[in-house]
Each structure stands twice: as structure tokens, then as C-alpha cells.
Design a binder for this molecule. Structure first.
Ligand code: PHE
Length: 344
């Protein structure tokens, strides 16, 4: 029996030394050490031996079992460590590899310019009229009539304004000035608001004109408002928006809804005032129209022009963006060219 045990041991030891994987070791374990393994078969016969032999053979069997278990475990640990190292090697992160590029959307330059202008006027005490208070699809009443624009004024012509098929008097607004009427019909002075939005004009499209663009309307009505206030607010806006270095000029003008009226020009950024294609050779680019609110307009909305006065202005957002970023073609804002848009 002792020889039998030693034979099994040397076979098992031989198998273990040849094992090449954890899987091999599992099989060896099953073959020799499991309940149905070769050692157990021998242990079953122990009962036929004398007490003395039982002790000797029994302890030899236990000794051998322990030895085999120990050498299996030792080899198992070596395989396990090797596999683990291999796995860690495969899963290693190379921190020097370039990162993944995640494309990011950007705010359109017209939106960011609008936000910038709005923030400046807010810092000067103006509040923003909600866009739904002054719609793009507008009646002639707000776009023209209440702004003191006569029935035969050329701006009303289909050559200039887009009429809709909704009703005879419904237009795509040609200016944000209708917002003045919306606000003054709902609110009594003091009024100090701005209203940004899109406007439409029946233009031939070229580098300077598009058939839609964006404006910001401003309105300030209170007691004792003068042309000096108008100049003060607009000069302060221009100083903040362009920085003090950019030359500007006020030029007298005419609008049916303001009296007196003015236009503000900024020196052409393309030619520095020498005169070029962008500024039609004048050296100046108009950025806004403005003036003291006409008494007829105030009367129309039930504000007494003997008690109150005010000023209004309307500026072109594209023009302001073009001047700041030296963009020489208005169409660039609207043809979705990523090479252009990515620069902002
Ligand atoms: N609405 C005028 C335009 O479209 C600008 C303007 C606004 C002029 C307010 C005076 C007062 O050109």
C-alpha cells in the first residue's frame, strides 16, 4: 500500500511539473485529490489494515496529500500572477496618446453681438422687451401707421416691404420701431427699454444688404428728456462697444417718427476712413438712426407730449458686428459656412 501511495505521488508530482496552465492544475486536482480521486480510493481500503498500519499509512497519505496541495497551489499562484500581468499590460492606458476630439457648437456671431449690445444697454439702465411682445409678422398699424409714416410713404411700397397673404395689412416688419408702439400702448413713462429682433426688407442682396437682418430698438421716455440725453447714451454705448479709439459722427437726418432725427456713422474699419468699396468711398459706415420721439407718436399712444419727451434709436446688428470684426460681406452671416462661423 505504501508503494502504491508513493507511485501515485510520483505520478502526480510528475503531472504537476508538466502542467502548463491553471486549467491543467484543476484537472490534476480532480484526478488525484477529489472525492473520486486516486487517493480517496486508497483511503477507502484503510479499514482493512491493522491499527498500527492504519496510523502509518494514514499519516503518509495525509502527508502526501498536503505536499501535492501545496505544490499545486504554488504553481497556481505563478500562473495566476502571469495571467494578471498579461491582462494589466493589455489594459494599460497610454496617457501620451492624443485625446478624443469632441466638436462643440458655438454661438452665432449675430447672437453674441446681440447679447453684447443688450448687456451694455442693461448696464445703462435699459430693460429688454420680451420678443413675443413685438412680433416679426406685424400689422401696418405697428410697423407704419402709429409711427407717423404717411400712407404714401415710399417705405410702404412693395419694393421695400414684404406683404403677406395673411391679410392685406399684415407685413414682415421692416424695422423694430413697432416695438416702441407696443411698449407705449401698455406702459406709461418712465420707459427705458430695448428690443432686439429680426427685420425684413425687399432688397437686392449684395455685400452690404440682405433681405433680412437684425436691429435693436431703444426707447427712453420720461419728463425732461433732451437731445443731450440721446447723445450721452449713444456716445457711451459706442465708447463701450468699440473702445474709445473709433471715430464716430452724428449727422442730421429724417425719420417720420422722430424730430429732430440723426444718424450715427462710425469710421470705416476696412479703409480707416480713406474711402473704399465697403463704405462706398465715404470713409464712414452708418450704424444707427435716432431722434426725439415725434409728438404725433406720443399723442397716438396717449402720452402727453407737453409733459413727457423721449428719444428712440434703432441700430443694425450686422453692421455693428461687421465693424468690430472687420467682416466685409453681410452674406457671410447667413450662408452657414463653417469656415466663417468657427472663427467666433
Ligand atoms: N427704424 C429706423 C430704421 O430702420 C431707425 C430708427 C429707430 C430711427 C428709432 C429713429 C428712431 O432705419
Amino acid at each position: 500500500m505504501k508503494e502504491q501511495l508513493e507511485k501515485i505521488y510520483s505520478n502526480a508530482a510528475n503531472d504537476i511539473s508538466k502542467a502548463a496552465s491553471i486549467n491543467d492544475l484543476e484537472q490534476i486536482k480532480a484526478k488525484y485529490l477529489s472525492r473520486k480521486g486516486e487517493f480517496n480510493e486508497i483511503k477507502k481500503n484503510l479499514k482493512n489494515l491493522s491499527n498500527e498500519d492504519k496510523r502509518i499509512i494514514g499519516s503518509l497519505a495525509n502527508e502526501i496529500t498536503e505536499k501535492l496541495e501545496a505544490s499545486i497551489k504554488e504553481k497556481h499562484d505563478v500562473f495566476y500572477q502571469a495571467e494578471l500581468n498579461k491582462k494589466l499590460q493589455q489594459e494599460r492606458i497610454d496617457v501620451t496618446l492624443p485625446g478624443k476630439f469632441i466638436p462643440r457648437g458655438k454661438v452665432h456671431p449675430i447672437t453674441s453681438t446681440t447679447n453684447e449690445i443688450v448687456a451694455i444697454f442693461q448696464s445703462l439702465g435699459f430693460s429688454v422687451v420680451e420678443s413675443d411682445k413685438s412680433p416679426e409678422v406685424e400689422t401696418e398699424y405697428f410697423n407704419f401707421d402709429m409711427l407717423n409714416i404717411p400712407k404714401d410713404h415710399p417705405a410702404r411700397d412693395v419694393q421695400d416691404t414684404f406683404y403677406t397673404t395673411i391679410a392685406q395689412n399684415v407685413v414682415l416688419r421692416s424695422q423694430t420701431s413697432g416695438a416702441q408702439i407696443h411698449v407705449m400702448e401698455e406702459q406709461k413713462p418712465p420707459i427705458r427699454v430695448i428690443s432686439p429682433g429680426r427685420v425684413y426688407r425687399n432688397e437686392n442682396i449684395n455685400a452690404r444688404k440682405n433681405n433680412f437682418f437684425h436691429q435693436i430698438e431703444g426707447l427712453y421716455v420720461d419728463k425732461n428728456i433732451t437731445f443731450g440725453d440721446l447723445k450721452g447714451v449713444l456716445n457711451e454705448f459706442i465708447r463701450i462697444y468699440f473702445g474709445s479709439s473709433r471715430p464716430t459722427r452724428f449727422r442730421s437726418s429724417f425719420f417720420p417718427f422722430t424730430e429732430p432725427s440723426a444718424e450715427v456713422d462710425v469710421q470705416c474699419i476696412m479703409c480707416g476712413g480713406k474711402g473704399c468699396k465697403t463704405c462706398s468711398g465715404t470713409g464712414w459706415l452708418e450704424i444707427l438712426g435716432a431722434g426725439m420721439v415725434d409728438p404725433n407718436v406720443l399723442n397716438g399712444v396717449g402720452i402727453d407730449p407737453e409733459v413727457y419727451s423721449g428719444f428712440a434709436f434703432g441700430m443694425g446688428i450686422e453692421r455693428l458686428a461687421m465693424l468690430k470684426y472687420a467682416i466685409d460681406d453681410i452674406r457671410l452671416f447667413f450662408n452657414d459656412d463653417l469656415r466663417f462661423l468657427k472663427q467666433f
